[in-house]
Design a protein around this ligand. Sequence first.
Ligand code: ME8
Length: 638
Amino acid sequence: MKRLITSPIYYVNDIPHIGHAYTTIICDTLARFYRLKGDDVFFITGTDEHGQKIEGAAAKNNLKPKQMSDKISAEFRALWDSFDISYDHFVRTTDESHERTVKAVFARMYESGDIYKGEYEGNYCVSCESYFPANQLIDGEFCPDCGKKTSIIKEESYFFALSKYEKKLLEWYESDKCILPRGKKNEVINFVKSGLKDLSITRTSFSWGISLPGILNEPKHVVYVWLDALFAYLSPLGLEQNGTLNLAGQGNMAHFNECGVHIIGKDILRFHAVFWPAFLLSLGLPLPKMVAAHGWWTRDGQKMSKSKGNIVNPKEVAAAYGIEQFRYFLLREVPFGQDGDFSQRALIDRINSELCNDLGNLLSRIVGMSSKYSEYKIDASKLEAKHKEELDAASEHINTALKEIDEANMSRYLEEIWRVLNIANAAVAKYEPWTLVKNGDIDGANAVVALCANLLAKAAILLSPALPKTAAKIADTMGFEINTENFTHFITQNSTKDFTTKACDALFNKVESELMMPPVPQNEPQSEQIKIDDFAKCEIKVGTVLECENVEGSSKLLKFKVDLGESAPRQILSGIAKFYNASELVGKQVCVLANLKPAKIMGLESQGMILSAESEDGGRKLVLLGTHSPVKNGAIVG
Ligand code: ME8
């Protein structure tokens, strides 16, 4: 079977971090697994290099966008090479063949009537490279995905007729594994059912992007970065050939047509589960077999950020603890789709208990027992007769593991492999082969060793996609090969074998204490300094909330009546409905920016601004400012 496996095509605005490593390692594990099974796999990763975000990042670093792209793209590639990531193609969206593909796609969609010209005005989040409708913004201006401030952009734009594909998308969602985890699928279905707007797919406000095909003669426009980047999944397969599109699935396109699998983070699900299939439908191409979205990593329970200096650098973790140890941790720590937390303590615990004890010690025991009892020879002839129960139990876990990996659930996959290892470890404890030998039951002792060796061999074969070097060491020590033939023998046919082992070093070493320095907060960016006269322009007063109610039609706004010691109370609107119940605020004292020019929000006048502080505990939250003890209404803050 032919398969395409893709990681996201990563932005080059900054160096790779743990999130990028996680997705890429899942893809690598899947690619290795299916190759081992005998499938013809094509695995693509790469870098997303166009758009305003990259243009801005380059300017900050005093680089041209292409220089910035070259530098960071090379860092991604070098990291994956040092991790021995088995990608077949590293695509860059600045590759000439990719740019040609995007132009050919654009021209095709335009000719078929799915692209038309119009004008767009909306709130744009540069960080997410995405427009958001006003009713989805937090407090009317912040991005609902990343929390950053959006800006209003008005520009002439070409649109893609996304709305036309609503019905076909809903039909696609009916196929079982198209979106995983399944819970996420409902979110997507609800989004599509709430009505799709046509998608703006060109930009005129900057120039760092792919220009439109010549037939349109539109030098001001560049292609929207998501339309550009998504086709990086197909440009390396030869979607475009000599200026025309290969829609018949010839050559490497067959990998996508037979089984396209996209592994992504949950942050970019909408682009992959709504826009991407709609683009494919427009071209008459098959849809992916699976779009699987994983969760988000934090560090020591905190969101990672540059200012906290706590972004986990994969290179650093691998240098301190080892690549395979890091791979194991990432794949094992969280069930697919859930958020995970990185901490050195958790990593060390997994290394010591699972890799050293459960896995490493099992290999040492097998080698030790076989050397003592049978000169390194392991005879499996009595195994089936004596240990059918254990073999059957292991085979059930193996079958479950195979189902789990088919849904990209690496953590459950590894858990099942560990259950197989535990059957072997429990058998040693239960039968005590050394006691059997003492009592003259040599056959019995050999059968236990053969059981352990066969279970470890099966586990090592299944483990090899996740921990290729470790599995290869186990196989070398036990004298077998990790290949498709042995996958069929040990896993598909559930058979056993004799082995000849040899002495070996410990597979893993225990880690006594943390090997990386704790994160150091970076210097906060200096904000512009002001004079006292500037501050004096702000009239901040304390007032008491007389009334407070929700604004009809808004989930975010509360309407206040605040007594500021003036002749009449002020009406003030504030976007804090998500964080407070209206009734709990009546009678409380708040701080108000009183000389703010009145503004209309949802048709209601707001005469000032209630001040609040941002808190980031578990997401963005606003906390109202007050005084420590009651003061007179109208008291000046300063
Ligand atoms: O979105 N935890 O690129 P990107 C887990 N160029 N995974 C994380 C993560 C975190 N804290 N942070 C990032 C883009 N990721 C687009 C993709 S595809 C055609 C275009 C991972 O560099 C996760 O896989 O922002 C997420 O989807 C990806 O990095 C986003 O990488």
